[in-house]
Design a protein around this ligand. Structure first.
Ligand SMILES: NC(=O)c1ccc[n+]([C@@H]2O[C@H](COP(=O)([O-])OP(=O)(O)OC[C@H]3O[C@@H](n4cnc5c(N)ncnc54)[C@H](OP(=O)(O)O)[C@@H]3O)[C@@H](O)[C@H]2O)c1
Length: 215
């Protein structure tokens, strides 16, 4: 499912072109890692954003992104600007919050923003304190002619077979890699789920409930 999400959301909405800069939030995760690798396959430059130096190292060395920036580092904004000298043509949103606010000023005219997830907001019980950035966002949408489109993977259900065929082919060809973070035992699922919302997972979080594959 995360692979199909990445494939359909990125290609239909992001529409990456050769030589463009694609920035991917939660780049070490299940969806983000696939988006960045597809960006490469399509000839674009892939820049990841992840929550630690260790994750960033994996994103560049194992997933082949051109650069990766740590959103927990104090120089995050400057590092992202340096990693995107030609601005950002596609921003694949998995996170929102501080990460989106840092990306926003770097978006190029006619940038495309597939809005896949907003994980930084999932636990919010109230709006954050000001300033209210809505006027800046609306101005950028107009002046830069930005395209934001939210999606749920099943919007593209008709493309599921195509996505699985292509993704499987790229895995066989060694062009697409993935990482799983396996937690043992259903009793550990709640803690693992809470950890996902704090970036404690490293790769697709999977709970193993049995030694037997069919159980
Ligand atoms: N639209 C759809 O149909 C669809 C389908 C599947 C998934 N999704 C969404 O896609 C996103 C990624 O899902 P996934 O399964 O691939 O998860 P994932 O990326 O494997 O794991 C979530 C990652 O989000 C980052 N994160 C968590 N809290 C954060 C915060 N407060 N600020 C910044 N980053 C934070 C963490 O990475 P770092 O440590 O690197 O920050 C964490 O490892 C989620 O938002 C999910 O809800 C949407």
């Amino acid at each position: 499912m995360p692979g199909v999400t990445a494939y359909t959301g990125f290609l239909n909405i992001g529409q990456p072109k050769k030589g463009e800069t694609v920035v991917v939030a939660a780049a070490s995760g299940a969806v983000g890692s696939v988006v960045g690798q597809i960006a490469h396959i399509k000839g674009a430059r892939a820049v990841g954003i992840a929550g630690s130096e260790e994750k960033c190292k994996f994103v560049t060395e194992e997933f082949g992104f051109d650069a990766c920036v740590n959103h927990n580092s104090p120089d995050f904004a400057e590092a992202l600007k340096n990693a995107c000298p030609d601005g950002i043509d596609v921003y694949f949103e998995n996170v929102s919050g501080k990460v989106f606010e840092t990306v926003m000023p770097l978006l190029n005219d006619f940038a495309r923003i597939p809005v896949c997830g907003l994980i930084a907001l999932y636990n919010a019980t109230e709006l954050p304190p000001g300033p209210n950035l809505t006027p800046l966002l609306m101005r950028d949408i107009l002046v830069k002619r930005l395209t934001f489109r939210g999606f749920i993977v099943w919007d593209f259900a008709a493309q599921e077979k195509e996505a699985l065929t292509e993704l499987a082919k790229w895995i066989k060809e060694g062009k697409l890699h993935y990482r799983e973070d396996i937690v043992d035992g259903l009793e550990n699922a709640p803690e693992a789920f809470m950890g996902l919302l704090e970036g404690k997972n490293f790769g697709k979080l999977v709970v193993q409930v049995s030694d037997h594959p069919a159980a």
